[in-house]
Design a protein around this ligand. Sequence first.
Ligand code: TNX
Length: 540
Amino acid sequence: MNRRRGRAAAAAVLAAALLAGCTPVAQNGDTVSLPAVVPAPVSIEAGTGAPFRLTSATAVNAEADAAAALSAIVEARTGLTLASGDGAGIELRIDPSTGSGAGNAAESYRIAVDEASVSVTGADAAGLFYGVQTLGQLIARDGDEWTVPAVTIEDAPRFAYRGVMLDVARHFHPVETVKAYIDHAASLKFNALHLHLTDDQGWRIQLDSRPELTEKASGTSVGGDPGGFYTKDDYRGIVEYAASRHMIVVPEIDMPGHTHAVGLAYPELAEDPSVSDHMREIIRDYGGDEPRVGAPYDGMAVGFSSLKIHDEATYDFVADVFGELAAMTPGPYLHFGGDESLSTTDEDFAEFVARASEIIADLGKTPVAWHEAGAAAGIADTTVGQYWGFLTPQEGAAEKATAFVDNGAQLILSPADAIYLDMKYPTGPELGLTWANGPTSVERAYSWEPSDVVPGVDDSGILGVEAPLWTETIRTSADIDTMAFPRAAAAAEAAWSPATGASDLRTWASFRERVGALGPLWTSMGIGFHPSEEIPWVTE
Ligand code: TNX
């Protein structure tokens, strides 16, 4: 082939690929178009044969949960209703030997599609669920028909913990909103929902041992918006719903700062608000009143509240709260916050962190804390640290984070200038904040490598990646979708996919094409994503 014809042929492949929502890549020396999968799988190879056709006669052979998960996606995307039965075109099954070639066996899966059949094999139920999510992304429109391209995919997660966090304290979000976020996040293979259940602005979880918390401190949100709380049944319902999507719930009760709401219910446990010059600046920038003893706080400042560190009643409170939460949280983690305790002295902070983490460890759970808690020498050594500094760590953040790894535990990475989903976009919705080097483009959310963030901490010290969504400015389910999508997909890729440099697909150029191809699927799932102009969105 001469060079000009070669170029023309390559351009034709590119154009056809983009139309079909595929990404062109080199495979065995040729440019072929691969179906767009997000997060990028470990390996994907285009087949040479004709695609599988999905029709109203297509049946699925699978156990009930996997069949239901696939049927829901197929119905939303195509309107087709899958039948069930033997000898079906689509087979979904669990085979524990799956995935040994692709790294971790847990959560891994394999997909093989040809003209005659689709087979998805999971190493476990979670792996099968993730295979089904990938299969949902493979479905393509072909004129009036629906097809799945001939392809072989082997896939397994890079990190065991892949989280999204939702702050339900700054603005309360009802159960239905949380369930929708679970569905949307699970489709990107996230397996943890961290709920930030308490903060200065409200206490959102009912507890039998401390009923005054929700009776007296859940009524409002930021800006005087309505508050709310989850009953214990609501919470159990969320946990169960998440489990059905292979997600655990990580409840956070933020301490010893971020506790003004505790003082409304139990004034004897809380110090009076301490208002610094820094806080006055924030109040000037964002409006709202200064915090006052006994009055709900609906501003956006941080760092003015603290539990009483030297009062034994405080530790009875901590034991009651985490004891009750432990009993209704099947997942292994209880998060006790520890961030921005700006009005607690370093010594008091260290004492509190040591005792709170020990209380949680004694409950048989793994404590999790924001990275500041790494400064406390006596912290329970199983405590997982959550790093929320910048991609280039500043002001001792890396040292505090490294302390968790030195103790023999691991880190969850939430670099704020990359995957804080509450940062404004460069263009688009007016929602969000900018303090973390914002606005934050989709490209910045994508373009980082987990093992490069905290110096000296490589994959062995990283439990996973989590994208937090703080909700000072986020009021509705639609707001959540807009801020999270597509940037949560970038976080999902950091959490699930091979390291940058280890895969041709792990580039911004590839990601923007692949995520753009998900537009029709996301729309069919009811995800109101931000149509960022950085992404070449496919409309069908
Ligand atoms: C920092 S990150 C916070 C939150 C705020 C958030 C707003 C962290 C551990 N604390 O209290 O809501 O910034 O982006």
